[in-house]
Design a protein around this ligand. Structure first.
Ligand code: NAD
Length: 490
């Protein structure tokens, strides 16, 4: 097996089936755990992006890709299997470039989303592409109606750095299964993990030229170019709410569809009929996974006021026991954050919490390590839900504990947020749990530790957490158009 990234060599772009250098040279990709330059990635320029869009357009317009469902299913399974053949090299690069804890690479940071490609291959085969609406007599004319679902066209996929494989494949899988062609613009912080998938596609699959194009760049403007180009039919974006706004505005000129997975500030609601200490301990643990760099993590812990001290003590104990460490180590849960910029951002929010009168119960700074972008799991008490750290997304291992005065107050506080991505409810009485689930306005909710994430389960946000759903049949249908054919009957 050829090495995807021969030692000393950088990654390349995938444009029109060929692996090519970037018009703007190269840019460095950095190991966030060591601050060392891992190597170089191809740096695309506007002409490269233009060529990628042209290739995707041509592959969509001039080939049978969008109509040959069986071929696409075969290509998706072939891609899944080829990625599995290269899994150990992909794993080491994912740990090094993303700072992803090794234990997560057997799940959501690598192997999980690769396996999920099979779900979308199955869907391409089993989906009801054509359905019969029967004969009706609109305006007195007997008419047979046929409903057809067709691929939307060229998709521009723009993705962030936190779970890059998960997010890249959650777009590539359904878009390709639907019959679209794609230009993927990954985050500047994690170019290699996307580019190496491009190498696998080019060298080890039959996916036709132009169907997938992968354009790495250190320039956000290449994303903006994708958004405004009229040859692109849809933008599928995951990232910050602020960038989502910019993308929606940019897409308005060509009136293309936007699908947005954005930020979150999700609430973990603990009812007073459950073991509050156990719930708080679990909440403290989950917010530390991958150094808190998960959009759907529950970063506000809402607990019964009379058990506030119990909850704070339990969360502090679990968070204080998690030492940020080398993501290579099999036992590490909390590795580094992605960059110096992100580290400064998290530290700035902790400083704001102090300035607003909050108490840092545990953590609050960087651990005693010589290198790497590490931050201690940090628990904040003594602030209200309107404080900055309770309202704004931090994207670090930071949890704020807020008291509530009963189930309705907990619902009110959970919804007192511009976001509506996810949440968690812990309780015993099913009627009370149902009442809270009904009241909270978010796209996913876990109950007593249930896991909502799965290839067949739609994920996405209410309010400013996004538009549309990723994964599941709903996520697949985001990439489809609807065509109705009405044939007059004799
Ligand atoms: P970001 O918004 O800064 O960047 C995301 C992507 O958008 C990158 O590829 C970037 O190059 C590109 N981009 C930036 N400006 C652009 C522009 N003007 N036009 C087009 N593209 C542009 O986000 P980030 O810092 O990389 O990621 C962290 C954010 O992502 C967090 O807010 C997090 O909540 C969110 N996120 C959301 C989900 C979800 O599913 N809801 C999942 C993961 C991350």
């Amino acid at each position: 097996m050829t090495k995807l990234l021969p030692p000393g060599e950088g990654s390349r772009l995938l444009i029109d089936g060929k692996l090519v250098a970037g018009g703007a040279g190269v840019f460095a990709t950095v190991n966030p755990a060591t601050e060392e330059v891992l190597g170089q990635a191809a740096n695309a320029d506007a002409a490269d992006m233009d060529a990628a869009i042209a290739a995707a357009r041509a592959a969509f317009d001039n080939t049978e890709w969008s109509r040959d469902h069986a071929f696409r299913a075969r290509c998706l399974r072939q891609l899944r299997d080829a990625l599995r053949d290269n899994i150990e090299e992909l794993r080491e690069i994912t740990i090094a470039e993303v700072g992803a804890p090794r234990m997560l690479t057997s799940g959501p940071q690598l192997e999980g989303p690769i396996g999920d490609l099979g779900y979308f291959a199955d869907l391409a085969e089993s989906y009801e592409w054509v359905s019969d609406l029967g004969v009706a007599k609109p305006m007195g004319i007997p008419t047979a109606r046929t409903l057809r679902r067709e691929a939307i066209g060229v998709v521009g996929a723009i993705t962030p750095w936190n779970f890059p494989h998960q997010i890249n494949f959650a777009k590539l899988g359904p878009a390709l299964a639907a019959g679209c062609t794609v230009v993927l613009k990954p985050a500047p912080d994690t170019p290699w993990v996307a580019a190496l998938v491009g190498t696998v596609i080019a060298e080890q699959t039959d996916i036709p030229a132009g169907v997938i194009n992968i354009v790495t760049s250190d320039d956000h403007q290449l994303g903006a170019q994708l958004v405004t180009d009229p040859r692109v039919d849809m933008i599928s974006f995951t990232g910050s709410t602020q960038t989502g706004r910019t993308i929606m505005a940019g897409a308005a000129q060509s009136l293309k569809k936007v699908f947005l997975e954005l930020g979150g500030k999700s609430a973990f609601i603990v009812l007073d009929d459950t073991d509050v200490a156990a719930a708080a301990s679990y909440a403290g643990f989950t917010v530390c996974v991958h150094a808190g760099q998960g959009c759907a993590l529950t970063t506000r812990l809402l607990v019964p006021r009379e058990q506030y001290d119990t909850a704070v003590a339990a969360a502090a104990k679990s968070m204080g026991g998690i030492v940020p460490g080398d993501p290579n180590e099999p036992g590490t849960v909390c590795g580094p954050v992605i960059s110096a910029r992100q580290l400064e951002r998290v530290q700035r929010y902790i400083d704001i919490a102090r300035a607003e009168g909050g108490t840092i119960v545990t953590g609050g700074g960087s651990p005693d390590r010589e290198r790497g972008y590490f931050i201690e799991p940090t628990l904040i008490s003594g602030l209200s839900n309107t404080s900055t750290v309770a309202q704004e997304e931090i994207f670090g291992p930071v949890l704020v504990v807020i008291p509530h005065d009963g189930d309705d107050d907990a619902i009110r506080l959970a919804n007192e947020s511009p976001y509506g991505l996810s949440g968690e409810v812990w309780g015993t009485d099913q009627a009370r749990i149902d009442h809270v689930v009904n009241g909270v306005r978010t796209g996913t909710l876990g109950v007593n530790g249930g896991i909502w994430y799965s290839a067949d389960a739609p994920f996405g946000g209410y309010k400013q957490s996004g538009i549309g759903r990723e994964l599941g049949v709903a996520g697949f249908e985001e990439y489809l158009e609807t065509k109705l054919i009405a044939t007059a009957q004799k």
